[in-house]
Design a protein around this ligand. Structure first.
Ligand code: M6R
Length: 608
């Protein structure tokens, strides 16, 4: 997720000021690097966010139009060369992009043959050179842009500008949001309305496959096949902060709602359905050492460690490789027995969690291969591990980790296919997992569409001070995750428990004031979970069941029931956690607490 902002006007405003001020309100979308291009003044880029850019932009940097960008790195480290705007060979065409160009490798090879020189590792740079290439035959910026867009695959929200036509800016959308701001003798393009709102509240949202051209006085929208589009402008009532949250009340809800898109982004370009395999380019550098690995030790903290536990079940059952999950804060103190045949796999959204980082360093000291599943590109864990897989989940702002958890489990499923196929997993088994993965975004969406029911349930149980979450096998870590979400956001007592462990202690707590949320979807542990629920009901404990769609019997046994779509057992945690995230969200909201910034916690824990 990156932020783009573009401006063209004839009101005498300095585009540099408009763009820099606007970038500030987009900083939540990315802060690895920033850049600005004004046809009348040039191109300035820097690692870091807007404050760094301000330091670099000279006082005389002025103009009537321009494009600007904040980057959340996906392809390539957060360096100046990889920062946007990207330029063609001549420096005449400039482009900012939010998204991923999937066919960048083949396009780059073709363009290099015709003499194009690339200066960055970014997939975006390919697109601007492609426009340059089409300019040779089309001799028209708009036609060249359209021809190039028709050749790329992937996701994009873009704005591009041609130095010799400074008034005109072209935008396009495919999977990444673009909104046009329609002002009086000025027009805007942005990733969300927040930078536009100080200037105008009249906007038009582009839809996928649409292109827009803005000049100070007008805008035009058309499709990739050039057919015209007429869309009536809307009036935005939100304030800038609400706009950043996409109209949602909190970042946490926005991030939960991004679930389907996040899974798609995590899978993009990695799933080889027909071969029943996964392509994980980031692991290529680990090569032969990875094939020699006979054991994986996952190191992670909090929510990331619960993703690791789900991964343990996936990898052991389907890739037949022994896996242990170690809490980052313990690992380096326990004299772990590891060697060069061990892979120490760090899972971290931020890539900066000190305990996880130190566990990686401990693994290195002991000769292990170190791997990472990290969301923040260029973060310390990403840099210090030997190889890894990025989540591509986009920045997670809310302290409670939600979309990153979905993405971490999705990567672990891909890793299971990748390692499994090296260790005897059949093509058919791989294909079954691949097909089920592809179906997940739509299934998560179905759960999200039903969120009012979860909100009502949170309201019903709002007076309770204790909650138990139970699950088994793949869903035992999900029970832990449901509990951590509720306690960190609502400051009440919540415990996760493997349902089979109830009889060894926790069941003593159960009475009519101690509700249990039981994950009882149709899988290999269903009958056992039903028995566990009976044991709780026999002690008058209220039970909320998280069950599979169509399971009407369960409703007769429990007090309340939430339904989720079915999937294969190993992927069920990716669906089952979503209602628990929503339950914790609505519970904390109902209590009037600061959902995005719970007390005593930080988003990135860089202390021991
Ligand atoms: O950035 P990381 O994934 O390494 O963070 C690990 C934990 O601090 C994090 O998951 C924490 O448990 C969250 N607050 C849970 O919502």
């Amino acid at each position: 997720m990156c932020g783009i902002f573009a401006y063209t006007g004839s009101k005498g405003k300095n585009a540099a000021t408009v763009l820099m001020d606007g970038l500030l309100s987009l900083e939540y979308r990315g802060y690895d690097s920033a850049g600005i291009f004004l046809p009348e003044s040039g191109n300035v880029k820097t690692p870091g966010a807007v404050t760094e850019l301000r330091k670099k932009v000279p006082k005389e940097f002025k103009g009537k139009s321009g494009i600007a960008h904040l980057r959340w790195a996906t392809h390539g480290e957060p360096t100046e060369a990889n920062a946007h705007p990207h330029s063609d060979c001549t420096g005449q065409i400039m482009l900012v992009h939010n998204g991923i160009i999937e066919n960048f490798k083949e396009l780059k090879a073709r363009l290099e043959k015709t003499g194009h020189i690339f200066v960055s590792d970014s997939d975006t740079e390919i697109l601007v050179h492609l426009v340059e290439e089409h300019m040779k035959s089309e001799n028209d910026f708009e036609k060249a842009a359209l021809a190039a867009l028709n050749e790329v695959r992937g996701t994009y929200g873009i704005a591009m500008q041609y130095k010799h036509e400074p008034e005109r800016i072209i935008a396009a959308r495919m999977g990444s949001p673009i909104v046009l701001g329609l002002g009086d003798k000025e027009h805007f393009i942005a990733s969300d309305p927040s930078p536009i709102l100080p200037h105008t509240r009249t906007v038009v949202f582009l839809e996928d496959g649409e292109v827009a051209v803005i000049t100070p006085d007008k805008h035009r929208i058309f499709k990739l096949d050039s057919t015209g589009v007429h869309r009536s402008p809307e009036n935005i009532e939100w304030n800038a902060e609400e706009a950043q949250k996409g109209g949602y009340e909190h970042f946490m809800l926005k991030e939960i709602m991004e679930g389907p898109e996040v899974i798609e982004n995590t899978l993009r370009g990695r799933l080889v359905v027909d071969k029943g395999n996964a392509k994980l380019g980031g692991l290529e550098s680990a090569g032969a050492q990875l094939e020699n690995v006979d054991r994986i030790v996952v190191v992670a903290c909090g929510t990331a460690s619960y993703a690791g536990l789900v991964g343990e079940y996936m990898l052991e059952e389907h890739a037949k490789i022994p896996v242990e999950v170690e809490i980052g804060s313990e690992f380096r103190y326990k004299k772990p027995v590891i060697n060069e045949k061990t892979a120490v796999l760090a899972i971290s959204q931020s890539g900066e969690t000190l305990d996880t980082l130190e566990a990686v360093r401990e693994g290195k000291r002991r000769g292990a291969l170190t791997l990472g599943i990290v969301n923040a590109v260029g973060s310390t864990i990403a840099r210090e591990t030997d190889a890894g897989v990025y989540n591509h989940a986009g920045p997670e702002i809310s302290v409670a980790s939600t979309k990153a958890f979905l993405s971490q489990m999705t990567v672990l499923a891909l890793l299971t296919m990748f390692l499994g196929r090296l260790r005897g997993m059949t093509q058919e088994e791989g294909q079954e997992i691949a097909r089920a993965l592809k179906e997940l975004p739509a299934k998560v969406q179905r759960i999200l569409d039903n969120r009012q029911k979860i909100e009502a349930l949170a309201k019903k149980y709002i007076k309770n001070r204790d909650f138990l979450f139970i699950g088994r096998k793949y869903n035992y870590p999900v029970a832990y995750e449901g509990a951590i979400k509720l306690k960190e956001l609502s400051y009440i007592h919540a415990e996760g428990c493997g349902a089979g462990e109830m009889k060894h202690g926790p069941i003593a707590m159960i009475d009519e004031n101690f509700p249990t949320i039981a994950i009882v979807t149709k899988d290999s542990m269903y009958e056992k979970m039903i028995s566990n629920i009976h044991e709780i009901k026999a002690r008058k404990g209220p039970v909320i069941a998280l069950a599979s769609e169509g399971d009407s019997d369960i409703a007769k046994l429990v007090d309340d029931c939430l339904y989720v779509p079915e999937t294969i057992e190993m992927l069920s945690p990716i669906l089952n956690v979503v209602p628990l995230q929503l339950f914790a969200y609505y519970f904390a909201k109902e209590k009037g607490l600061n959902v995005d910034r719970p007390r005593n916690l930080a988003k990135s824990v860089t202390v021991e």
